[in-house]
Design a protein around this ligand. Structure first.
Ligand SMILES: Nc1ncnc2c1ncn2[C@@H]1O[C@H](COP(=O)(O)OP(=O)(O)OP(=O)(O)O)[C@@H](O)[C@H]1O
Length: 282
């Protein structure tokens, strides 16, 4: 299939935190996206939406330096992506850790620091410990940070993952469905932590999610990927019946109820087309 990228809005030119230019990613014949131009400003919150297999995680992998673009260019935190790029924090998908995992929460957070940067001497160790403690404090995790992570609840584990991603003081935060399987209170807690970070430190956030509603008030722009096509724009530009019908090439209805967005369409793999929502509509 030939990708037909379509853009709703021009990206702001800011000398951004993330910059993709004419980016193409294909696995053999399969084009995930092509002609992707995206500049993300410091402090900007960009939600990445799309059905299963549309290339959301692959985009994060490109920005982490784990996957090469087929063509085009990418810069993250002012440098090429990769292990040496310290400006990037990453929050992986929420999934329960092995209950037998004996590592303490504090040590898990410490893994987010580059050992060479902090040195092995006493001062280095003290600085390192202080930074880890501050990161743990910032996610309100001090009460459980010294317990084995495998025994913590999903929400507690996810707070520690946020601390691990932030402890290196990143200017770009990549989040892969960080709210998945968290209850509403923990979804709020984790998204509030991420929002506070970008407001206080100007950290740009790229947030992969199947559901925009839990973060809708935070979202500056949406990148919506479908089957090689994409749109970039403000939520009110992208999350419309017209735009999503074009992207999915079938009739999609976007309904706004009580400040939430509900997407109703023919396919079960639609983002937001969630049976839990249907009873709230109409
Ligand atoms: N290394 C690879 N080689 C070949 N195909 C790949 C590779 N990595 C991913 N894919 C394919 O590319 C597509 C996009 O995968 P990706 O994980 O980026 O999708 P996604 O939008 O994050 O999906 P989901 O919502 O299910 O997590 C999938 O069909 C996947 O099978």
């Amino acid at each position: 299939m030939t990708a037909q990228p379509q853009h709703l809005t021009a990206s702001p030119r800011t000398g951004g935190a993330v910059s993709l230019s004419s980016a193409r990613l294909a696995y053999g014949e399969r084009v995930l996206w092509d002609g992707l131009d995206l500049d993300i400003a410091p402090g900007e919150f960009v939600a990445v939406l799309g059905p299963n297999g549309s290339g959301k995680t692959s985009l994060l992998r490109v920005l982490l330096g784990l996957q090469r673009l087929t063509s085009g260019t990418v810069r993250v935190a002012g440098a090429a992506p990769g292990r040496g790029n310290r400006g990037v924090g990453y929050i992986p998908q929420q999934r329960a850790l092995d209950p037998s995992l004996a590592i303490r929460g504090r040590d898990l957070v410490g893994l987010g620091l580059d050992g060479h940067r902090w040195g092995l001497g006493l001062t280095g160790r003290r600085d390192r410990a202080a930074r880890v403690a501050a990161a743990i404090e910032s996610v309100d995790a001090a009460a459980f940070a010294d317990r084995p992570v495998g025994l913590l609840s999903g929400g507690e584990q996810q707070r520690l993952r946020v601390a691990q991603a932030l402890v290196g003081d990143p200017s770009v935060l990549l989040c892969d469905e960080p709210l998945l399987s968290l209850d509403l209170a923990n979804q709020r807690a984790v998204s509030t932590l991420i929002d506070a970070r970008r407001r206080e430190a100007g950290t740009a956030v790229l947030f992969v999610t199947h559901e925009i509603n839990p973060v809708l008030p935070l979202v500056d722009r949406v990148l919506y990927l479908v089957d090689g096509r994409f749109r970039v724009g403000r939520p009110d530009e992208v999350m419309t019946s017209e735009t999503l019908s074009q992207l999915y090439r079938t009739e999609i209805e976007v309904i706004r109820v009580r400040g939430q967005i509900h997407v109703v369409g023919a396919h079960s793999d639609l983002c937001e087309d969630n049976p839990h929502h249907d009873h709230e509509v109409g």
